[in-house]
Design a protein around this ligand. Structure first.
Ligand SMILES: Nc1nc2c(ncn2[C@@H]2O[C@H](COP(=O)(O)OP(=O)(O)O)[C@@H](O)[C@H]2O)c(=O)[nH]1
Ligand SMILES: [Mg+2]
Length: 437
């Protein structure tokens, strides 16, 4: 993989499609346009062109655009061909580009990698761009877009500035301590701010769960005795048959999942094996999985047949909504449930969806523009930085070592935005992108 190669790839979705966009980036990007179209459009203007193979055969008619470095996505010279999205049209243009000297197909994420290397975006922007491409709901899109536009970066940059300032002050104190011209009050103020910063970091670490819900979704698990109506309920929520419904207890043994879009929040609902003792070995495994999944979830829907309530134990520490099912049979005992539903008639399902939505929104604190760490990588580095700050705050430690802790805290934050980077981290991040991005 050479940085000096000019790379190309189909950047739009899989053909056939109405239009396909083939993107080219590198020092020879303009040559590609000259070879295929005969001339090169002015910078950032669009020309209607005929694309031809080396032997002059017409491959397609389409649009060509040129973006001169550094004003392009990658920061290099870039070109785009907008052609017909037929498989053969795309294949012909890709083949013609491949025949040019110094050109090769891009690897997954290589355009974005070049953008990062050329300082067009920081590492959190790269991660957010990946999230934006896989976003399915409005909330996921909003969160990813804010971070792609630098929300997280701004946060980390401001932390870095504060640490840099503190280091400068403390190091000045070290250098000039004999002369006594750094007033003690400045050092006091600096350490006070570092204490605030450490607390701020702890708050952000605690907020990581919110970001996880915004990014990956809110996780709901349905638990209950066999025949409580769990599978009927998930089919209602999904509005299609995803789980087998049967009056034979113990039908559902594996986890069945559906993804719902609850007012923009991606929500993952899981149907599980009914909880009972004396289950056979396969069913018992299903029950173990159900409990594992529940322990990992944001909310448990505990379902109980109102016409035949069989209490089951839910392990401690889970937030539970108690749902009475089969409300078409009887409404007795309604008072002991948060809500009554019927998988058969659909009664109460709308209210249940509304309830789930409001719990989910409550959990993300009605997110609007708060910067939150949205990758484990970021959380781990913030935790690192916080640890170094706390060590640095220890007044019993010699000042040189306290200053060193500040430097380490700053380095951890620099690693989040990619200012300090290691090849394996980059490889991991960019490999998750698709070809053409
Ligand atoms: N009357 C009535 N029967 C239901 C309702 N929901 C499920 N059932 C019946 O209860 C039995 C068990 O349903 P199922 O959804 O498989 O329960 P699960 O074992 O908890 O997944 C089936 O015979 C369903 O037809 C309901 O809302 N009303
Ligand atoms: Mg079931």
């Amino acid at each position: 993989m050479r940085q000096s190669d000019t790379i190309f790839a189909l950047s739009s979705g899989a053909p056939p499609s109405g239009v396909a966009i083939i993107r080219v980036s590198g020092v020879k990007a303009k040559d590609a346009v000259r070879h295929l179209c005969g001339s090169v459009p002015g910078d950032r203007s669009v020309d209607l062109v005929c694309l031809r193979a080396a032997d002059g055969e017409l491959l397609d008619r389409g649009l060509a655009i040129v973006f001169s470095a550094p004003r392009s996505f990658t920061g290099e010279d870039c070109a785009e061909f907008h052609i017909h999205g037929g498989r053969a049209s795309v294949a012909a243009v890709i083949e013609a580009l491949g025949c040019l000297d110094g050109f090769r197909q891009a690897d997954a994420g290589e355009f974005t990698r070049r953008a990062f290397v050329n300082g067009k975006m920081d590492l959190t922007g790269v991660e957010a761009l990946g999230d934006l491409i896989s976003a399915e709901t409005a909330m996921q899109r909003r969160f990813a877009l804010a971070n792609a536009n630098g929300l997280a970066k701004a946060q980390y940059d401001s932390w870095r500035q504060r640490i840099l300032y503190a280091r400068a002050m403390i190091e000045a104190e070290l250098d000039f301590s004999d002369e006594g011209d750094v007033p003690g009050s400045v050092a006091g103020e600096v350490w006070r701010d570092m204490r605030f910063l450490a607390d701020e970091m702890a708050t952000k670490i605690a907020g990581a769960r919110k970001a996880e819900i915004l990014r990956d979704g809110f996780r709901v698990v349905i638990l209950g005795a066999p025949n409580a109506g769990k599978s009927s309920l998930i089919n209602r929520l999904a509005d299609r048959d995803v789980a087998i419904v049967s009056d034979e207890p113990g039908t559902t043994r594996d986890l069945v999942e559906v993804v719902l879009d609850l007012g923009g929040v991606r929500t993952l609902v899981t149907d599980t094996a009914g909880l009972r003792e004396h289950a056979g070995s396969v069913e018992a495994q299903g029950i173990a999985r159900a409990l594992d999944r529940a322990a990992d979830s944001d909310l448990v829907l505990l379902l109980e047949d109102v016409s035949d309530p069989i209490p089951v134990d839910v392990p401690d520490g889970m937030e539970v909504l108690r749902i009475g099912s089969k409300s078409d049979l009887t409404r007795m005992g309604a008072g002991s449930y948060d809500l009554l539903v019927s998988g058969k008639t659909g009664a109460g399902i709308g209210e249940l969806i509304e309830m789930l939505r409001s719990v989910a929104i409550g959990r993300i604190g009605g997110w609007s523009s708060d910067a939150l760490p949205f990758r484990m990588r970021q959380v781990d580095l913030i935790r690192d930085a916080e640890g170094h700050l706390r060590d640095g705050l220890n007044e019993l430690t010699p000042l040189e070592l306290r200053a060193e802790e500040l430097r380490l805290a700053g380095d951890a934050i620099s690693s989040i935005v990619g200012e300090i980077r290691t090849e394996d981290v980059l490889g991991h991040i960019f490999s998750q992108f698709c070809i053409g991005k």
